[in-house]
Structure formats: C-alpha cells, structure tokens
Write a protein that binds this ligand. Structure first.
Ligand code: NAD
Length: 487
C-alpha cells in the first residue's frame, strides 16, 4: 500500500465522501469520534453522490475526484443515493471497479445480550469478491425475447480473493473458511472458483475449509449463523450473504465494510443512504464507525482502532441505543445520532466489561503466483446463436443446418435456453426465439478460424439471423465449454 498520504509529522490524509441521505449525519459522528480519539488524520472532501448525479454527470463523481483519491488512497465513504431510473450507474460499483478494490470484507457479529438477536454468539466475516461475476455489467438484449448477462469469473481474480481470505483468516486467528458457490450448475465459472479455493487451501493447512452450495449455505446462514467463521463467495452471492448476515446479527446499521485494492482502499457502511430517516438525528452511526475502525487498522493505527471499538461496546453496555436497536428494555435509553456519538466520545479510554473484543489485523498484501504450466488451447468447434422469431421448429432448423458443407465442422446439436432440442428434442420443451447451434470438429480434422468464417457465410446464405458466436476450445484436451442439457 502506498504511504504517500502520510506527511512527515505522521498525519495521514484521508479522502472523504460524506454521502447522501443519512450520510452527512453519520459521517459527522465518525469525524467527531476520530478527532476525539486523537488519531492523526486529516480529511480532504471528494465531490461525489446525488448532487453530482443531478448536475448531469451520470457516473455520480466529478472527474477531479479520481486524482484526489489517487493522491490520498484511503477513502472513507458515507452511503450514496443512486437516483432511480435508467442512465445512472451505481457509484459504489464504479469506485470499486475503477480503483481495483478486489476484496470486500464484511464482518458481522452480535452484541448480545445488549442488542437483541435471535442468534447470540454470531461472529463471522464475509469475504466477497468485488469486481467480477455478473457485476462486470456486460448485458445484452439479443432477440425480442432473450436478454443475457455475462458472468465472468477469472483465474487471477479468483486467486487474489481466495489468497486474501486465507491471509485474513491467518492474521486474524480465524479457524475455518466456508466457500459458497453453485458449482453443481455453473461447473465452469463457479467450478473455477471452487477449484482455486481447494488448490490454495493446501498452502494454509492450519485453516480448515468447507465448500457449500450457495442455496443451502444461505439457508444455514439465516438459521444458524454461529456455525460460520469466514465465508468466501463470488460477488453476487457475497452481496446477498452479507445482507443476510447484517440482518441476522441485529441491524443493518451495525455493519461496516472495507474494500481493498493493491494500492487503494475504501471503507464504508454496509447500508444505504436511508432517505426515510435522513435529517432526523435518528440514524445509527455504528456501521460507519466500524468502517472507520477497519480503516484505522489498515493505516497502521491499531491502538486508535481499539480505543474507538472499546468505546462503542461500552456505550452499548451502558444502555445507549439508537432507534433501530432500541427495544425498551430496563436500563436502556433511546438516543439520537448526536447523543449516541457523545456517549461514545465520553467512553474513549474505557473498556467493555462483558462484550468480547475482537481485534482485527491487516492481512499481508497478496500477490499472484505465476502459473507453472501454460495449458495448450485448441479450437474444436463453435456455437452459433441465431434469432428465429417466426420459425421455431427445431427439426426444420436442424435439417437445414445438417445440409451445410464445411471443411471441418458439422452440426452436433441445437439447444434452446440450454436444453437440447435437436436432434431428438422433446415436444414439451418451451421454445424461445433464441437458438444455439453447436458445430464441432469433424473426425480427423482441425478447426481453423477460416472454417468458422465459412460456416457463418453458409448461415447467412441460408437466411439465418446470426446474433453471436462463441468459440469452443479445449485446454490440455479438456473441454472449456459446458454440455447442453440432454446432450
Ligand atoms: P438502506 O440501507 O438505505 O435502508 C434500508 C432500511 O434500513 C431503511 O428502513 C433505513 O431506514 C434502515 N437503515 C439503513 N441504515 C440505517 C442506519 N444507519 N440506522 C438506522 N436505520 C438504518 O437501503 P435502501 O432504502 O434500499 O436504499 C436507499 C438508497 O441507498 C438507494 O439510493 C440505494 O441505491 C442507496 N444505497 C447505497 C449504498 C452505498 O452507498 N454503499 C448501499 C446500499 C444502498
């Protein structure tokens, strides 16, 4: 991590986005607590959020902001409102992806018996991949009926997040990592994530591992979160899991998160800008305070992190509750954002008596290991996707394509939404206007790019509306494509 934001006198400069809705209130709370803690920090405000969106900039961030964040690569960010309607891109996703913040760390713990929860004793951390998966945002409408979103899972991206999860577990005394994927269905993408997890786990023998299919994993998380220690997941599942974790541990107002990149890191609350309670002095600032604690650890001020963390726990023990966690129990009082903040500041230097303190350590920076062996990649066929709105008869389509003369390729099957419909389709299969026609290499031949060009010329000559192609490769003779359902 670059230390260019640290001045000679030890002051660390932080880029700050106060955010929208409750953002400014909870950010002010955090700034007051940090100042009172004596942390040697300075803040430079970055122009981003609703105001910037509404001024006509659809990215929600001023061009000059990127230079500020590059100069001061630690960012504390309040929640931002994404205006409704098409045309506005989520600033959170833009920041994470533009700055290469590949790891999203979301600790979730309970504060029982002080904050009501159905799951006392929960203390888990979700490590979510932050840049890939369906969040690559590559979507297309291909026919009148069919849309698609590309799910990208890469080897280096997966290796980075898996290594980060293990390094985090190792440096924080965590004993077990549960990897959640859906590799029984997405054997290539989620399969890659699962296999990289398995492979890298061998380098960390002291950490036990388990793999779970995401659906049953999410069910266990909702019902029995105490059984988990660290959960590792690709982007979309991780996003959903962390909201479940936040909810089951008490309140979305209590969970902070960090977004870690090679040279830049961003710290934020898990929740949004809560416009329904904005400006009323009732928001719970704990999530952003916890994000600030993660930030203090990250910038090398663990003692200040402890000071703030302990004061928050002590304020909870002493009965201070914001509205979202107030249940009217004896010896508790409902307070607003400002009074809750005052209670925390007053307790800086005190320690909780009952609540367990879980200190965090910044894991070592991960680096990628160069693959020892470069697999041999061979072109063995092509999937040609066509739009057939009027003629949806697989037999007619198949017979027409069987007649195509090509030096290297022949039709193997046609699928509709992944299910084989030719040859020998089933009459019950529902047909959309989107067909995939798989052509594979003829016995004893090899496929050249020109064979695919010739094949496409034949398709066009026969009047087919080709919408895209996907080449079929083997890697060290292993297929790099899935079979059709029923193939
Ligand atoms: P939200 O998290 O803002 O609110 C959900 C519910 O939780 C609301 O009832 C809210 O009052 C409550 N809540 C949230 N934070 C709280 C806190 N600190 N204290 C007490 N109660 C709290 O989710 P939403 O309503 O779906 O989204 C509102 C806006 O926030 C949208 O524009 C959305 O795009 C944006 N958003 C931003 C981020 C981010 O900046 N990281 C994340 C999620 C949503």
């Amino acid at each position: 991590m670059a230390e260019k934001n640290v001045e000679q006198n030890g002051t660390t400069t932080i880029s700050l986005i106060k955010g929208d809705g409750i953002g400014p209130e909870i950010t002010d709370s955090v700034l007051r607590i940090l100042e009172a803690s004596g942390a040697n920090l300075k803040f430079v405000e970055v122009e981003a959020g609703e105001k910037v969106y509404l001024s006509g900039k659809t990215s929600g961030i001023a061009d000059s902001a990127w230079d500020v964040m590059r100069k001061y690569p630690i960012l504390l960010k309040g929640p931002i409102t994404t205006p409704r309607g098409t045309g506005y891109k989520s600033l959170n996703v833009t920041i994470r992806k533009t700055l290469g913040l590949y790891a999203n760390l979301r600790p979730a713990r309970t504060y029982d018996p002080f904050v009501k929860t159905k799951h006392p004793g929960t203390d888990l951390v979700i490590v979510r991949e932050n840049e890939e998966d369906t969040y690559a945002g590559i979507e297309h409408r291909q026919t009148r009926e069919v849309t698609q979103c590309l799910k990208l899972i890469t080897k280096p991206g997966t290796e980075k997040i898996v290594r980060y999860a293990f390094e985090f577990a190792r440096s924080n005394g965590r004993k077990k990592i549960t990897c959640m994927v859906k590799d029984n269905i997405m054997k290539i993408t989620d399969g890659l994530f699962a296999s990289v997890f398995k492979q890298i786990s061998e380098e960390y023998p002291e950490i036990s591992t388990e793999s779970m299919i995401i659906d049953i994993g999410a069910a266990h998380l909702a019902n029995n979160p105490q059984r988990f220690d660290v959960i590792l997941a690709p982007n979309l599942y991780g996003d959903i899991l962390s909201d479940i974790a936040a909810e089951v541990t008490g309140s979305v107002g209590m969970c902070g998160s960090s977004n870690i990149g090679d040279s830049i890191a961003m710290f934020e609350a898990v929740h949004g800008s809560a416009p329904d309670i904005a400006g009323k002095d009732i928001a719970n600032p704990t999530a952003l305070i916890k994000a600030a604690v993660l930030m203090l650890v990250h910038v090398g001020m663990p003692e200040k992190a402890n000071l703030v963390r302990n004061a928050v726990l002590k304020a909870l023990e002493d009965g201070y509750r914001t509205a979202d966690i107030f249940t009217g129990e004896a010896n508790t009082q409902k307070v607003g954002t400002k009074a809750f903040t005052d209670a925390i500041i007053k307790r800086l230097g005190e320690k909780p008596k009952q609540l367990e303190v879980r200190e965090l350590t910044r894991p070592k920076t991960v680096s990628l290991v160069k693959p020892k062996h470069l697999e041999v990649k061979k072109l063995v066929g092509v999937d040609v996707f066509i739009d057939e709105y009027e003629n949806r008869n697989p037999e007619t389509l198949g017979k027409k394509m069987d007649g195509i003369q090509n030096a290297s390729l022949h039709l193997k099957m046609i699928t509709n939404r992944g299910v084989k419909v030719y040859p020998q389709g089933q009459p019950e299969t529902f047909l959309t206007d989107h067909f995939r026609c798989r052509f594979v290499v003829n016995e004893g031949k090899s496929v050249q790019p020109k064979d695919i060009v010739d094949l496409l010329s034949s398709f066009i000559g026969l009047g087919f509306d080709v919408i895209k192609t996907e080449n079929l490769y083997t890697f060290d003779d292993k297929p790099g494509y899935s079979l059709g359902q029923g193939e």
